[in-house]
Design a protein around this ligand. Structure first.
Ligand code: BT5
Length: 319
């Protein structure tokens, strides 16, 4: 897009002006054309100073989840090298799945400011009002289908880590796919997969984070980063941070998954507690003891048996 190219050129220059003539020559469009695109950028929230003699200078950028903003100085190698961004869409996971089926490459990010039909697990709804980050990644990991749960752990570690470092809030992983702050849900992760018997074709990793989201528009038991911090936080910077941290865990998953497990233990609010786990066909109670080499929860029952549970709903027992 021409606007993205203009932005790249004026961002590159920092606090100096770029002349209209230079922009016009670099992009092969008239100076009047450049002006029209600058006006469009201003409407999108960019504060651009225009001087008849000096040209254009960027004063500030809006906190919008566009490819130009997220991609600017993003230091990842694979994740987010291609970004599809939407103001509002049905579900980023649905778009990602369709693109992956058409062969879209690994690391592609689909991101939205708002979703109309955000999805949770088992057909549940993910409430996606403005203020949050709703993104899905296309991944093609070289792991067995039964190890897909490893990806959920990587994503959970990445989000919890990024929130801790960027926002200085004690984010914790509630196994398998929730991130909590002060026991309230701030993020949910949805991992969907297309696989043959022994080979994963792709995994769609969907991440929803309540960032500058008003509590009024969220369900009970949810929180947002701004509600906890009592101030707004940059969605663009947090997205970049999550992508960079996720890439770190994703690479680690292929070579040293034991290290991801260590991080999972460190960031967990589940392990060491007595829990009730609802799986698709039973409800079990016991001690959440550890995470195994597939990313499954090890539950120690009262009779001493250890069960390895790949996915389920956790509830903490108070006695
Ligand atoms: C999840 O499901 O937590 C996975 C959520 C994944 C959302 C992302 S956003 C980007 C991508 N595109 C999508 O369409 N989805 C993914 P689950 O564990 O089933 O939890 C769902 C439950 O969380 C709901 O039944 C509510 O109780 C609660 N919930 C819904 N919206 C919430 C929100 N915004 N914040 C906190 N809790 C919420």
């Amino acid at each position: 897009m021409v606007e993205d190219k203009i932005l790249a050129l004026i961002k590159e220059r920092g606090y100096e002006y770029v002349s209209g003539e230079e922009l016009s020559k670099s992009l092969g469009i008239s100076r009047a054309g450049i002006w029209k695109h600058i006006e469009k950028l201003r409407k999108d929230g960019y504060d651009i100073c225009a001087s008849p003699h000096l040209g254009y200078k960027l004063i500030s950028s809006p906190d919008i989840l566009t490819s130009a903003e997220i991609g600017w100085k993003l230091k990842t190698k694979i994740l987010g090298k291609t970004i599809y961004s939407y103001r509002c869409t049905d579900s980023t996971n649905t778009i990602a799945y369709q693109l992956a089926e058409k062969g879209q490459k690994e690391g592609t990010v689909i991101i939205a400011e708002e979703q109309k039909c955000g999805r949770g697990r088992l057909g549940r709804r993910w409430c996606s009002p403005p203020g949050g980050i709703y993104m899905s990644l296309i991944l093609r990991p070289s792991i067995e289908p039964q190890d897909a749960q490893k990806l959920t752990l990587c994503a959970a570690c990445a989000v919890a880590d990024a929130i801790r470092k960027r926002c200085r809030l004690l984010a914790e992983i509630k196994w398998p796919n929730d991130i909590l702050i002060n026991k309230k849900k701030v993020c949910g992760i949805l991992t969907e997969m297309k696989a043959e018997q022994d080979r994963i074709e792709f995994i769609i990793l969907g991440i929803g984070i309540n960032v500058n989201t008003s509590l009024k528009s969220l369900p009970r038991g949810a929180t947002s980063i701004s509600a906890e911090l009592k101030q707004q936080t940059s969605k663009v910077a947090l997205t970049q941070n999550v992508l960079l941290t996720l890439e770190y865990y994703y690479e680690l998953m292929h070579t040293h998954f034991d290290k991801v497990i260590w991080e999972g233990r460190r960031l967990s609010s589940t392990l060491g507690n007595r829990v009730r786990v609802k799986t698709h066909n039973s409800i079990l109670e016991g001690l959440a003891q550890d995470i195994d080499e597939h990313g499954a929860l090890i539950l120690r029952l009262d009779n001493g048996f250890r069960l390895h549970i790949l996915t389920g709903e956790i509830e903490r027992c108070l006695f």
